[in-house]
Every structure is written in C-alpha cells, then in structure tokens.
Design a protein around this ligand. Sequence first.
Ligand SMILES: [Zn+2]
Length: 308
Amino acid sequence: MNSNEAPTISRGRFAMLAPRNLFAQYGNTVNVMRKAAASAKIVVKSLRNNISVLMGSGGNIAVLTGKDGKLLIDSGFAVSRTGITNALVGISPDPIKHLINTHWHVDHTDGNEWVHAAGAEILAQEKTREHLLATIRIPLWETTFLPAPAGALPTTVFDAERTVHLNGTTIVLRHYLPAHTDSDISVNFADAEVIHVGDTWWHGYYPFIDYVTGGSIDGAIRAAETNISNTTNSMIIIPGHGEVGDRSQLIEFRDMLVAIRGTVSTLKKQGRSLTDTIAAKPTAAFDAGWGGGLMSPAEFTQLVYTGV
Ligand SMILES: [Zn+2]
C-alpha cells in the first residue's frame, strides 16, 4: 500500500457506519454510480448563450453548441450513451466534435470511447491521460481501474493552461494545483460567464477526495479558494456533482471543508484513532446539508482524517 493511500475500513465495519448500505447490494461505489446512471433520466438544463448541462450520468456534462460542432465537458458513464445521445439531439443537430475531460475519474470519462467514435477529439490535462493509461486501485471504492482502451484516451493534452476558440467563443482551461486529484482542470466559458469546475466542487454533497492520484483535503480547500477567487457573483458555476450554482454556494462549500478539517485535525492531534474520530461525529453539524450523497459522513471523515 502506498503510504498516502486512504486507509480502508473493513466492509463489515463500514456497513455498520453507513445505514444506506448500498455497498452490500451493488458491490462498490463505482457500481453504485454506474447502476444509477443506467436507470437515470438525463436532465437537460439550458444555462446561458449556447451552453447547457446534462445531469444524471456520473459527473455533470456541459455542452456548447454551434457551427464547429458540439463540445462536451466530460462524458459520463457509457451505459448512458442512448440517453445522452437523445438529450444532445434535443439541444441541436450539431455533430459531436470535441470533448474535454475535467479529470480522469470514471464517472467523467467512461463515455470517452463512444464520444470519440462519434467524432470527437479529446482534450485533457496530461495527468488525465497518464492515469487513464495506468492500473489504479482506489481502496475506498473497492475498485481497480484497468488501462482505458485507446479510443478513450485524450488525443491532445496540456500542462498548466490552454485556450480554445470554438463556436464563436473563448474557452479557457486551467489546471488546479493538486486538489480532488492531480489532474483537475476548470473550463471557463469566459464570454458567457459560465465555468465548469469539475470535482473541485460537489454542490450539496461531501466530496470524494482521491489521495491515490494526488488529492488531499488541503488541496481540496485550496481549489475551493481558487474557485472563489476566480469567479464573480454574476457567474454560473457547474459543479462536478449536484445542482448548478453560484459563488455564494462555493463559499458555503469552502467553509464546510475548513470547519470539518479543523474538527478532525483536533481529534487526530488528541490521539484519536480513525474509528474513534468517526464515532465522535465531527461532521454532525453539516450532515443534514451535505451527507446525503455518494460520500457518507463516515467516509468523508475518513478522507479528511487521512490528510491532517
Ligand atoms: Zn472525481
């Protein structure tokens, strides 16, 4: 085990801590997400100018339409191909020509292969390609990801920043310092004042943090600060998961992360074990607002404990 991997709680212990107990039914987090995507209706929301968001298949998918063809930000799960295709046809007849991945995780890249086959070039930060090419074990998800097929790989990669001109608008891609992973980017539709911040923001849910590929609670807080600095009150902000929102909600997310980090850090410094820290319910004040998603309060506590 890599020294900075999150320690895992045994399944029996975990089931006791997570009353939802979806894991016993579906096996692991990825299967939970994939199964949800398979039965989800893909919801389309028109945001501003020619930008929409598709919700329901893994991470939120942004869509820019126009004469240069459709640009998708993330590709969801492949099981949603029909639903996503129908949703895209419902927006405009433009063909799919471009795909940008916000980071390497499966709920944002599983559809890459079919989107590429449908005609899209794939652009991503270089670590997204690197991780898609590797075999990566995520202990908390009880999943080992095998190298992605050639057709799913980014066809072009960049390091720190990239500007793209498509459909009469300018799109600025920026790599975050390691945050949720080390491959996270923001995608800023500058003219429309719409930004997709990927999994640096989970709106209304405790975030997953991927310590295996460079994420950490402190990196997640730093990225939340970056998002607050780089947005204005008039911007529409697309999170990786949850409803589209605004800057005031980014601030609430940052404040939640900082508060829980502080509480967990204090408990750990007092010498409490992970089990005792979880039992102390350091997230209790936030659970009603943030605890109903993929990451249970116990799992999120574990993720924070790992990094403090
Ligand atoms: Zn992610």
